[in-house]
Design a protein around this ligand. Sequence first.
Ligand SMILES: Cc1ncc(COP(=O)(O)O)c(C=O)c1O
Length: 358
Amino acid sequence: MRNGISHAIDVVEAPASKIDSVDFDNLVFGNVFTDHMMECDYVDGQWQNPTIKPYGPIQLEPSAKVFHYGQAIFEGMKAFKDDEDQVWLFRPEANIDRFNKSSVRLAIPEFPKEMFLEGLETLLNLDRDWIKKGLGNSLYIRPFVIATEPGVSASPSKSYKFMIICSPAKAYYSGEVRVVFAEKFSRAANGGVGYAKAAGNYGAQFYPTNLAKEEGYQQIIWTDANTHEYLEEAGTMNIFFRVGDKLLTAPISDRILDGVTRKSVIALAEENNIPIEVRRVTVKEIVEAAKKGELKEIFGAGTAATINPIKGFGHMGEKYELPEQAESYAKFFKSKLMDIQYNRAEDKFDWRYLVEKK
Ligand SMILES: Cc1ncc(COP(=O)(O)O)c(C=O)c1O
């Protein structure tokens, strides 16, 4: 017991592994899960009995508050295997801190950081074989918390379930991505929950994104809810614009997720003397830059894709295509980040976290 919280993690191993039934060459992102998962319940004012057990269904009352009032938050992080079979996480403490920030905003009790990391490392050790070597292969890690208290009164739940599930992933390629700048719908408002990884932020994007898809766009770049004049972020990525040789990205705020990839790109830009401005970016300046041929690149930054180049955008019924770049910033940052993640380059910023073999 430490601080009244038991860190002893019970481990129940799966009787047999499913790994041989998985086609690792044809993985669809997020569809296959490893043999084990972590589970921990918040009861009587404490997170108790952390357990790692075989991956499988959970039972909840139909009146569990998560279904009615949306108290649910999550994270997305990745583990990588290097050529020596060592397993690495990328800036895991940033994800854990953000997990707890999201929890606070949704009136969910914070999860002890040490227990999170200890549980995650135990889980990764058990499911080590699911992490394949080779650039592009990774294990996507999905920690989340849901409100489990039965009862349909609109008040914060008194009980919660924390879980971590893991899904093997291949190099992410989502096809050519074209985006539309939001003109009507909004993702987040001042004083709202945009900065949290709250499940509802994602559910609310599906309908406008479906409409955008009908117009030939794969994603929406969200603009500020008040004026739709400022470009903020995409549905699961922060967003960068290259005008001439200068990079632009919006500052984080209570409407924008503080992306781990985003802050890593900013640090790498500064280290490599790539001019970068973190400031409000207007729709007007990006449309004008595109018209003048000065807009060289747009790319998204997020854990799933690392860096996702964007081929074109739409605004007010006009479509704009971006030119191919021989010396693309997107490629540069992607390879810099991957070299660090896969232990192929020096880790000057101390971003890699070794998962000790146990
Ligand atoms: C809304 C949103 N913005 C940005 C990101 C990128 O954040 P990160 O780089 O930490 O994955 C994500 C994904 O986590 C997201 O869901």
